[in-house]
Design a protein around this ligand. Structure first.
Ligand SMILES: Cc1cc2nc3c(=O)[nH]c(=O)nc-3n(C[C@H](O)[C@H](O)[C@H](O)COP(=O)(O)OP(=O)(O)OC[C@H]3O[C@@H](n4cnc5c(N)ncnc54)[C@H](O)[C@@H]3O)c2cc1C
Length: 415
C-alpha cells in the first residue's frame, strides 16, 4: 500500500463539515452543560439530542462501527482525522456517537455478546439511549492487573461477583457495567480473570463515592462495591479466563482516537498562543517579536507536527495490518507521548497569556489537568514506555565482544 499524505477529496468535504459543526454548534455546549454522560438531564435532551440528529442525517453517526452495525466502516486513518475535529469539544464524541467508554464496550459486545445481549445492551448503546461503564481498576492498584481481587464465583447457573472497583467512570449514569473479575485464582497470571456484563440495577451494587478530577464539571469516577452481585452464566463475555484477550479488543482504536482528540486540544492551545503573541505588546513590540516567545511557538509547532505524524502513521499501519497486536509499539508510543504534548503546549500558551492564562476565564489549567488524566487513565505513561522499549529491543541482539563493533580504531582516528 502506498504512503500518501492526501485526504480523499470526498472525505475532506465531510471533515470540513465536521469542523464547522463542532466549532459553531458543539463547542458552546462545553460551557453550558455538566457531564457529557448525563444523557437523561433535561438540558442534555434539549441541547444535545437535536445535534445528534443532524449528525445522523449527515450520515456521520458512530462512524467507528462496521456497516453491519450501522456505521460507515471507516478505517483508522479516517477515524483519526475525524477525531482531530471532534476532540476540540468535550461533547464532540457523544454528539457523533463515538464516546468512550461506550465505543470500547460496544466493540466487546459486538464481538462476544449473544443475540439477546446485543438486542438488550448493544443496540440501545449504539443509539445512545443508554450509556455504559468499564470497571476494571481496583482501589489497591490499577497499573498492575495481577493485584486485582474482585471475584466471580460460579453458583449453579449464576456467577456471584464480590469486590470493589475504582475510578469506574460514568458508573452513576450507566445502564450496565462490563466488569473484570477473578474466576480462577490459581490459573497462570493472565488466565485468572473473566469479563461479565452486569446490569446496573442488579441488587448488591453500591456506589461508595464519586470522585471528580480538576477541570471536569462533575464527579464522574466511582468507587463501586459489589456484594454478592448475581448474574446469569451467559453474561460472561468471551471464555472463562479470557478477560485480558477481551480487554484488548477495546484498547487499540480507543487509544488512537484519544490521541487525535488530544491533538485537537493541543492545537487549540497553539492557536490561542499565536493569537495572543500577535496581539499583546510589551516594551514597544509584540510578544510575537520576542525570541523567547518565538521559541515557544516553534517548539509547539514542531511537537504538534511530530505527534500528528506519529498518530497518523499508527492509524495507517493499523489499517494495513488489521491487527492491533502488530502495531502495539506504535500505540504504546502514542499513548506515552500524548500527555506531554498537551501538557507542554498548554503550559506555554498559559505563560504567554500571563495572569489571564492562569485564570479560570481561560481553558489552559483545564487542559493541563487533562494532560495528567491522559497520563493515568488506561494505564500510566511509564507502563506504555516499557512496552515501547521492550518492542524496540526485540530488534537487537547483545554482542559477545568487549567493545561495540562500531568503536573507532584509535590508531586510525588519531592519524
Ligand atoms: C480520569 C480517569 C478515568 C478512569 N476511568 C477508568 C474506568 O472507567 N475504568 C477503570 O477500570 N479504570 C479507570 N481509571 C483508572 C486507571 O486505569 C488507573 O488510574 C491507572 O491504571 C493507574 O492505576 P492507579 O491509579 O491505581 O495507579 P497505580 O497503579 O497506583 O500507579 C501509580 C503510579 O505508579 C507508577 N507506576 C505504576 N506502575 C509502574 C511501572 N510498571 N513502572 C514505573 N512506574 C509505575 C506510575 O507513576 C503511576 O502513575 C481511570 C483513571 C483516571 C485518572
Amino acid at each position: 500500500m502506498a504512503w500518501s499524505f492526501e485526504t480523499e477529496p470526498a472525505f475532506q468535504v465531510e471533515l470540513d463539515w465536521i469542523s464547522g459543526f463542532v466549532r459553531e454548534k458543539v463547542e458552546p455546549l462545553d460551557e453550558l452543560l455538566g457531564s457529557q454522560w448525563n444523557i437523561h438531564d433535561p438540558a442534555f435532551v434539549e441541547h444535545v439530542r437535536p445535534l445528534q440528529q443532524q449528525v445522523r442525517e449527515r450520515g456521520l453517526w458512530a462512524c467507528h462501527l462496521g456497516p453491519h452495525l450501522g456505521g460507515k466502516g471507516y478505517g483508522q486513518l479516517k477515524l483519526a482525522l475525524m477525531n482531530e475535529q471532534l476532540g476540540r469539544s468535550r461533547f464532540g464524541p457523544i454528539v457523533f456517537g463515538t464516546q468512550p467508554p461506550d465505543t470500547g464496550n460496544a466493540e466487546i459486545l459486538a464481538h462476544y455478546g449473544t443475540d439477546a445481549q446485543k438486542a438488550r445492551f448493544l443496540e440501545p448503546l449504539l443509539a445512545n439511549d443508554i450509556v455504559s461503564c468499564f470497571a476494571m481498576t481496583e482501589p489497591q492498584g490499577g497499573a498492575d492487573p495481577l493485584v486485582f481481587r474482585c471475584t466471580a464465583m460460579p453458583i449453579g447457573d449464576e456467577w456471584l461477583i464480590t469486590g470493589e472497583k475504582w475510578f469506574a467512570s460514568n458508573a452513576r449514569y450507566a445502564a450496565f457495567y462490563i466488569v473484570m473479575a477473578v474466576t480462577d485464582p490459581d490459573a497462570p497470571p493472565y488466565r485468572r480473570m473473566s469479563m461479565f456484563i452486569v446490569p446496573a440495577d442488579t441488587p448488591g451494587i453500591t456506589i461508595l463515592r464519586n470522585y471528580g478530577c480538576h477541570g471536569e464539571p462533575d464527579d464522574d469516577h466511582a468507587h463501586v462495591r459489589f456484594e454478592g452481585v448475581s448474574v446469569p452464566a451467559e453474561n460472561m463475555l468471551g471464555g472463562r479466563g479470557d478477560a485480558f484477550v477481551v480487554a484488548q479488543v477495546r484498547l487499540g482504536g480507543g487509544r488512537l482516537h484519544h490521541a487525535m482528540r488530544t491533538l485537537a486540544l493541543a492545537t487549540r492551545a497553539f492557536d490561542l498562543m499565536c493569537e495572543r503573541a500577535l496581539s499583546r505588546f510589551t516594551k514597544g513590540e509584540r510578544l510575537a517579536d520576542k525570541q523567547m516567545v518565538q521559541e515557544k511557538i516553534a517548539d509547539s509547532w514542531v511537537e504538534l507536527r511530530q505527534f500528528r505524524l506519529l498518530v497518523l502513521e499508527t492509524a495507517w499501519l493499523a489499517d494495513r495490518s488489521k491487527d492491533w497486536n502488530a502495531v502495539r509499539q506504535n500505540i504504546a508510543a502514542v499513548k506515552a507521548v500524548m500527555p506531554k504534548v498537551l501538557h507542554d503546549i498548554s503550559a506555554r500558551a498559559l505563560q504567554i497569556h500571563g495572569s489571564l492564562g492562569l485564570s479560570t476565564a481561560m481553558p489552559f489549567t483545564d487542559w493541563l489537568n487533562h494532560s495528567y488524566l491522559l497520563g493515568l487513565a488506561d494505564g500510566p505513561t511509564e507502563v506504555h514506555k516499557v512496552t515501547v522499549a521492550r518492542e524496540a529491543l526485540k530488534g537487537f541482539c547483545a554482542t559477545d565482544a568487549m567493545f561495540p563493533a562500531a568503536m573507532r580504531d584509535v590508531s586510525v582516528a588519531g592519524r
